[in-house]
Design a protein around this ligand. Sequence first.
Ligand code: TYD
Length: 140
Amino acid sequence: MLGTTEVKLLQFQENGDERGRLVVVEGGLDIPFEIKRVFYIYGSDSEVVRGKHANRRSEFVLINVAGSSKVRVIDPSGNELVISLNRPHTGIYLPAMVWKDMYDFSSDSVLLVLASEHYDPDEYIRDFDDFQSVVKNGQA
Ligand code: TYD
């Protein structure tokens, strides 16, 4: 089982043959949590910035199943990391309480997101100053 405290790249096995390729991701095995929610983002472009939030509880895995995008992550210590997502068999694991921006979407980008929690808008922190004060004081 993978740890759940740090951003990390996940490499998934590609099952390829003459018919094409197939990638399997199983909750709790390839993904370090049981998957409660799946959503995908497409129709964005190189101008938009999405995300711009942190989550108090949700952990995520992001996979560009088509096209490419970038994700900028700021951890609770203020460390910044930019990851390019451009392979259907590579994912990025994001723990709870990291700030994230998704941007630089190719026109064919389909960004698949697996989440550890059901949707709850109240666990989203959408203001960066609030994020910093939650990190510092435990509340916004
Ligand atoms: P938003 O959080 O702004 O997307 P992103 O952070 O990926 O840029 O969500 C866009 C809209 O979709 C917003 O109205 C909330 C809704 N939404 C849900 O209803 N459920 C979900 O699981 C998510 C991620 C968004």
